[in-house]
Design a protein around this ligand. Structure first.
Ligand code: SF4
Length: 379
């Protein structure tokens, strides 16, 4: 078990080495996907490896000549990595407009450091009506066609359905690990859970599935790592991986994470693809799902706050830790509503503003300790 967990942690903390080694070993191409909604299954069906772009492991330096320093950490760090030629092992990149800050990234890349293959997708917001679904299906067809050109391999309905099944299996294995954590809080540390999900975004899915299958029975037999701790839920963290040091602090200060609503967490594997006659339509239908509510999708009728309140209640959690990525407009726009609603419900909530650069951990510790006092005071 420790070997598998170490492997996931190694991939998550150093994707550069893991992916260059994978490429050397397999001779296959790697395609980077901007988080959070590109259907990786189509890339997988073309025989190439889809990987979700990540926040790098260095301070941003060169990148600040190309992107504002008031952009979110993910976009700044990604541009920095590209300009430092750290992502040259990627054969292609696929972007879409997820938010205001993501909008300028593709053109910056295309103008200054174009990869061998480049695709900008127009993925629609979740406004109601059939035209959006039809438009999305046309875009997915365009994506499929482009991937066939890049890979020199036809993507048949059969190969795409096969990839969807592999991805569905990964989602169901990850869900089982989440269920285990809910049932036996503390069995899996928050940093371990992050590495498990994040590595899925970076590894060959068949290999990830097989490692998860060997890990699950071991985890089921693992002793709980913590005693009587305060149950909390994590939320936010759009696109960007949270700092593991912050996750450790949450646990060190007396809490245990029982569930989350973060992208490098439950959002990544939410919703299977329902297989039907047309796999592209099936992928479009997964994209159009409104749960979990996504603040980047322009769907103001779906209430993210309701979803979060329900998540806290269904997990019998005592509070929620919001990880707000600095300068992330979609989360910032919703946050006042979230705060008001949690106050109204009497559910303690603490906001931790996180950056790509490490924040002052002592300040975070103090906020978390104060948060615990609030929870205990209301208990
Ligand atoms: S949604 Fe937030 S984290 Fe994601 S790219 Fe936009 S600003 Fe950055």
């Amino acid at each position: 078990m420790e070997k598998v967990l170490s492997r996931f942690a190694a991939v998550s903390t150093d994707p550069y080495t893991a992916l260059t080694t994978w490429k050397q070993d397999t001779g296959r191409k790697i395609i980077g996907c901007f988080p959070m909604r590109i259907p990786e299954e189509i890339i997988h069906a073309s025989g190439m490896l889809p990987v979700v772009m990540w926040r790098g492991n260095e301070a941003v330096t060169l990148g600040h000549s190309y992107v504002h320093n008031f952009n979110c950490g993910l976009t700044r760090s990604f541009i920095d990595d590209v300009m430092k030629e750290k992502l040259n092992f990627m054969d292609g990149m696929i972007f879409y407009r997820s938010c205001l800050q993501a909008e300028e990234i593709p053109s910056t890349i295309e103008l200054n450091a174009p990869p061998s293959h480049f695709l900008y997708l127009y993925l629609p917001p979740l406004y109601p009506g059939i035209p959006f679904r039809d438009f999305l299906i046309q875009e997915l067809k365009r994506m499929k066609q482009r991937l066939e050109e890049w890979s020199g391999q036809e993507i048949t309905n059969e190969s795409l359905n096969n990839s969807i099944e592999i991805y569905n299996k990964n989602r169901s294995l990850l869900k089982r690990i989440y269920e285990l954590r809910k049932k036996r809080p503390g069995t899996i540390k928050a940093r371990e859970m992050l590495a498990i999900v994040h590595s899925s975004m970076l590894m060959d899915k068949e290999e990830h599935n097989s490692l998860l299958e060997s890990l699950l029975p071991e985890l089921e037999g693992r002793k709980e790592l913590t005693g009587d701790k305060i149950r909390v839920v994590l939320s936010g963290g759009l696109c960007q991986t949270p700092h593991t040091a912050i996750l450790d602090l949450i646990e060190e200060t007396g809490m245990v994470v029982v569930d989350d609503d973060i992208y490098t967490g439950s959002r990544y594997f939410a919703n299977d693809v329902t297989l039907g006659d047309n796999p592209l339509e099936s992928l479009a239908d997964r994209y159009m799902k409104k749960t979990p509510p996504d603040p980047t999708m322009g769907d103001w009728n779906t209430l993210w706050t309701d979803y979060m309140v329900d998540k806290v209640k269904e997990n019998s959690a005592k509070g929620m830790v919001s990880l707000l990525i600095k300068y992330c407009p979609p989360h910032l726009c919703y946050y006042p509503d979230i705060r008001r609603r949690f106050d109204k419900e009497g559910i303690p909530e603490v906001l931790l503003e996180v950056e790509h650069e490490i924040v002052s951990l002592e300040q975070v510790r103090t906020r978390l300790q104060a948060f615990i006092e609030v929870i205990k005071g209301g208990a």
